[in-house]
Design a protein. Sequence first.
Length: 257
Amino acid sequence: MTERAEARGPDAARAYDVSTYGERIADVYDDLPRLPANTERAVEFLAAVAGPGPLLELGIGTGRLALPLVHRGFAVHGIDASPAMVGKLRTKPGGERISVAMGDFADMAIAGRFSLIFVAFNTFFGLLSQDDQVRCFTGVAEHLTDDGVFVIEAFVPDLTRFDHGQRVGATAVQTDAVYLETSVHDPVAQRIHSQQIVVSERGVRLYPVDVRYAWPSELDLMARLAGLRLRERWGGWGREPFGASSGAHVSVYERAR
């Protein structure tokens, strides 16, 4: 992934890389007010399409989805670039049973084939170039079993969120903390540079996150380049219909036949 800044002394902006988000946010990630409330529905969906296993989660993080799947009896593996996030996973019941390959999941540097590979909660967009995203699709295709599927959960880009290429807003207001989001949008690179800011009596905490968004049709083309095809697309884990007003999608890809 590309770096956002070139270090020029102690006051220079720190470079953003594949591990930055997880390393900065791991200690509070499980307590964030914006974490999805759809975990149970997501696990039900994934279990239904998983096949016999094993399963692989890209950007496994602290195990929000992987651990319930382990408790259902699936053999789950993961890839993640953040030692801090995986460290949190290891402290949870069942976390020691998950094999995690450390690194950028664009590289798909893991052995074996899987009946389900999945990436949830917009994590695919953490790959910050189209080349990396295409490379990930290619690696996924190489690691799927013949009848395996690749599932992506991601937002549908909404450029109306930005005013003159930027956005500042509150995502949660509590009695002892305020959660803010500040973002700038680069429409040419399809990149969003953001800071999630937490202001509380303990001070101000900054959690940077960069994404490179892609439209559903662009993801479908990436799949075709990798020898995959779209099998089904839903508006959410509850299999809501996907349409023009959908703000997110759950897309299931299979081998092209």
